[in-house]
Ligand binder design. Structure first.
Ligand code: AHR
Length: 500
């Protein structure tokens, strides 16, 4: 069976310029993300610093522009001073967030070296759980001040003459969550974040700052938290953060694939709340959104209950992703590109081993999970201006959602390269979707490639040396007289690339 959808695409229907940082990711000192993930001295591919070059190669394929570091929940108990200077002198600490032991072998400077190797900037989080203004402003001075002060000279003495020039900084992590070390009320956090922001910017006025929003849209304090935090921080920060994780816990595929509608609602609500405070303050400034944790996370929940407390880099949050997860990740990317006017930073949480597109085997291979592909396609091909396509699609209702369009899509126009990329998910579980798109304003454009990620088994996974879920380029999209026609297979992620 086939269902039909239509779409009109015009270069004038601009949503906004996409900030490349929406294709960011995240490395936390958690599980095997750092140790045995990006760093494994003795591995056959390890470089002189112990970084796995096979992992670097895979990360480069993703063209990750920004990596959030060092947490996550971890940062709320982290003393950054433990991770700088001679490695032999660094203390082992209990990490209360994940109940493991942190060796501090990798710290700020090593991570900045790694980020350079993957051509990414770092989105550095400061500890507003157990620490505060002083530790944060000192870290900015250590990282960004050229020389001639205690902390900048200490960095130089550690072998880093040039400042790291870190531009984007997170003011703590998930401070609304009772699980957070140093959990705070919105007022307590808002005041601390504002004062910390002021001091950090007095050290380096060029930095950009992200205040913590809610840990997810279903927190009891959601929206009130954002409003209160922004009341205090509005003039001192640039972004408010959003986090969300989804999962197919009830094994209800229709409902699962509709969860990106929850993400849409989350984004709209945070924009509305930020703009409410803007109105109250009669401010000319607009606060943008940093969706600095998003992904699917549920497969590993039970396994994580078995972890031996205080072990070093145990396998934690090692979700093995399925094909259906890749479809939802594709839709989540579409949701964020659709609001590229306000979502200016986003971080797929996380990057290696921990709820990650890239997995590693100790001493062995590195491999790609199914979610690797939609993330790579969006990051590599989704740069330019987000276009609002006018879509007419049949819809369905699910347990938690109504009017879920079978066709989920957004397009990106890259004027410089004269290319348009259409990202599309067909959520229909049995039917091919026949797409008819009017692309008149893109005169002379032809189909360059129609990439499809599809699989008859929604639970298909990839493993070391066994890639069951991989995209192909045999999609049938074609253009004739300004009309694009394509068949999107049932349950598929599609990337239709147009160019001259
Ligand atoms: O990404 C895993 C964890 O999820 C992060 O540490 C925390 O911020 C969130 O709850």
């Amino acid at each position: 069976m086939t269902i039909k959808a239509t779409m009109t695409l015009d270069k004038e229907f601009k949503i906004g310029e996409i900030d490349n940082r929406i294709y960011g990711s995240f490395i936390e000192h958690l599980g095997r993300a750092v140790y045995e993930g990006i760093y494994e001295p003795g591995h056959p591919s390890a470089d002189e610093q112990g970084f796995r070059t096979d992992v670097i190669e895979l990360v480069k394929q993703l063209q990750v522009p920004l990596v959030r570091y060092p947490g996550g929940n971890f940062v709320s108990g982290y003393n950054w001073e433990d991770g700088v200077g001679p490695v032999a002198n660094r203390p082992r600490r209990l990490d209360l967030a994940w109940r493991t032991t942190e060796t501090n072998e990798i710290g700020t400077n090593e991570f900045m070296d790694w980020a350079k190797k993957i051509n990414a900037e770092v989105n550095m989080a400061v500890n507003l759980g157990t620490r505060g203004i002083d530790a944060a402003r000192n870290l900015v001075e250590y990282c960004n001040h050229p020389s001639g002060s205690y902390w900048s000279d200490l960095r130089i003495s550690h072998g880093y003459k040039d400042p790291h020039k870190i531009k984007t900084w997170c003011l703590g992590n998930e401070m609304d969550g009772p699980w957070q070390i140093g959990h705070k009320t919105a007022t307590e956090y808002g005041r601390l974040a504002a004062e910390t922001a002021k001091s950090m910017r007095w050290v380096d006025p060029t930095i950009e700052l992200v205040a913590c929003g809610s840990s997810n849209r279903h927190m009891k304090t959601f929206a009130e938290w954002e409003a209160t935090v922004l009341e205090h921080t509005y003039d001192h920060v640039d972004f408010i953060s959003l986090h969300t994780y989804y999962g197919n816990r009830d094994n209800d595929l229709g409902n699962y694939l509709a969860q990106s509608l929850d993400m849409d609602q989350f984004i709209y609500s945070v924009i509305a709340t930020a703009d409410y405070i803007k109105a109250k303050k009669r401010s000319k400034k607009t606060i943008n959104l940093s969706f600095d944790e998003w992904n699917v996370w549920f497969h590993s929940n039970d396994a994580d209950k078995q972890i031996e407390p205080w072990s070093i880099a145990p396998p934690q949050l090692e979700d093995i992703y399925t094909f259906e997860d890749a479809l939802l990740v594709g839709s989540m990317l579409i949701s964020m590109i659709k609001r590229a006017d306000r979502v200016k930073i986003a971080c797929l949480a996380q990057l290696v081993n921990v709820i990650a597109p890239i997995m590693t085997e100790k001493g062995g291979e590195a491999w790609k999970q199914p979610i690797f592909y939609p993330y790579m396609h969006a990051s590599v091909l989704g740069r330019g201006v987000a276009l609002n396509s006018i879509v007419s699609s049949p819809k369905y209702d699910s347990k938690d959602f109504t009017d879920v369009p079978y066709l989920d899509t957004v397009s990106v126009y890259n004027e410089e390269n004269d290319t348009v990329t259409i990202f599309a998910v067909n959520r229909h579980q049995t039917d091919t979707l026949s797409l008819q798109a009017d692309i008149r304003s893109f005169e002379g454009y032809k189909v360059v490639e129609h990439i499809v990620l599809e699989n008859d088994d929604v639970k298909a996974t990839n493993q070391i040396n066994r890639s069951n879920v991989v995209p192909h380029s045999n999609g049938d999209a074609s253009v004739d007289g300004g009309q694009l026609t394509a068949h999107l297979p049932k349950l598929s992620w599609n990337v239709i690339r147009l160019g001259k």
